[in-house]
Design a protein. Structure first.
Length: 445
């Protein structure tokens, strides 16, 4: 684990920004960063953003051909896929930086077509940039004496937002290379963090580790534990709220495209199942079909990278939607009734069935593949695939591992004679487990 102070990071940011400029990168250019989480990565991201250079943060576990597709699409001015190369960015001459980042990182998210799309926020003017920083600081209360624990992947937007907000406020961050419950517990004991962000799957694993140890470490240093990324089971929520200090466990609802709500522990206790009310500066509405829309300020707007059709479909005036279904009660509390079409959130990571199905369908003998999720104690949803064609399932699993990143590979492959369809020929993915008579899976081994 690494500890990074705001002062040390400021120096690293200035040198990284100088190196990027020396390599010819200018405002609006993109730099691909496909490296594991580290304190250096955070400093490069902030150094780039404060000059208007946009980091494109990719999952380093993607296979080479998966990564190449995203690199080709983003058309970067520079690609960094090695931690050693990234460290060389700190050899540059330091440059002066504006106080606030002039952009947001570009992350890729998929849709039901399986084709990833880049979420592009462009370059902000000074006023918008300062408002973006101020909004996060006011909502989460970032301050100079904060110590933020980073234990979630930085190719997702939330971990970077919380870490960057802490550094910009003058605080410190602790960075773990990956989520491991034992390492998180050790970091809590050694560094006494005040804030962190985790997905519910992380919380489940952390509490399971506490159970195995037979004790809970001193968690009294925390003033904020924010969680999001997938629905949090009520039993898990109760356990987390009981373990962490009173008032510290907050939930929020958001997506790669933008942030929608925040939910204090008091609001959740009085409105079980809610994901909170609209964040300051946002207005949440639900249309006649139950699709949730969020009206945003100028600094929170986005488009899909070079995809005018998808961008137009996502926006309605100043409000956007990612296709989630829900309802809003008379007090403004948002309740999610379902995730966007076909999305499976497993271990806090988005997996889109069509991409997995397309990869597995290339195996000789496969007639049809239908990917779906079943509830799972560890993963939230366990990724499964029903397969027709009488193929060797072990061979198919091995084939999948050569075509897909590990988190996209189904944990269960089930041979079936036929896959149920609706009258119009679509797979009934939401009811597939029940249609096939499959029971929910227990904890993964």
């Amino acid at each position: 684990m690494q500890r990074l102070t705001a002062t040390d990071s400021e120096g690293l940011q200035r040198r990284a920004a100088g190196s990027l400029a020396a390599h010819g990168l200018q405002t609006g250019d993109r730099v691909v960063l496909a490296v594991p989480p580290s304190a250096n990565l955070l400093s490069v991201v902030l150094g780039a953003l404060r000059t208007g250079v946009v980091p494109v943060l990719l999952n380093p576990s993607l296979l080479a051909h998966e990564r190449a597709l995203l690199i080709d699409d983003s058309e970067p001015a520079m690609v960094v896929e090695d931690a050693r190369v990234m460290e060389e960015l700190f050899d540059g001459a330091p440059v002066e930086l504006p106080p606030a980042p002039l952009a947001r990182p570009m992350h890729y998210t998929s849709g039901t077509t399986g084709r990833p799309k880049g979420v592009w926020s462009g370059v902000l003017d000074d006023t918008q940039a300062e408002e973006l920083v101020r909004e996060e600081a006011v909502l989460w209360g970032f301050r100079e004496d904060d110590v933020h624990l980073v234990c979630a992947p930085m190719h997702h937007s939330a971990p970077v937002r919380f870490a960057a907000g802490t550094l910009l406020a003058g605080g410190e961050v602790i960075v773990l290379p990956r989520f491991e419950a034992a390492a998180v517990a050790e970091a809590i004991v050694r560094h006494r963090p005040t804030t962190t962000f985790m997905a519910p799957a992380h919380l489940q694993r952390l509490l399971a580790a506490f159970d195995q140890l037979g004790s809970v470490p001193d968690l009294s240093s925390f003033r904020l534990l924010a969680h999001a990324g997938s629905p949090c089971p009520e039993l898990l929520k109760h356990r987390v709220m009981a373990a962490f200090p009173t008032g510290s466990v907050w939930e929020f609802y958001g997506s790669t495209e933008g942030q929608f709500t925040a939910c204090s522990p008091e609001d959740w206790a009085g409105n079980r199942g809610t994901v909170g009310r609209a964040r300051p500066g946002r207005v949440m509405t639900a249309d006649a079909d139950g699709i949730l829309w969020c009206e945003t300020p100028p600094h929170a707007r986005f488009s899909y990278w070079r995809d005018a059709e998808r961008t137009a479909a996502a926006w309605r005036g100043n409000a956007f939607s990612v296709g989630d279904i829900g309802r809003i009660d008379d007090e403004g509390f948002v309740h999610l009734d379902g995730r966007r079409d076909d999305l499976i959130i497993t271990g806090g990571v988005n997996v889109y069935p069509v991409e997995v199905e397309q990869a597995l369908a290339g195996f000789p003998g496969v007639m049809q593949v239908a990917v779906f999720g079943v509830p799972d104690d560890r993963w939230g949803m366990r990724l499964c695939a029903a397969v027709t064609g009488g193929v060797d399932l072990e061979a198919l699993a091995a084939y999948g591992r050569t075509r897909l990143a590990a988190y996209k590979c189904p944990k269960d492959l089930i041979a079936v004679p036929v896959i149920p369809h609706t009258e119009n020929g679509k797979v009934r993915r939401s009811t597939l487990a029940a249609d096939l008579g499959l029971e929910a899976s227990g904890p993964a081994t």
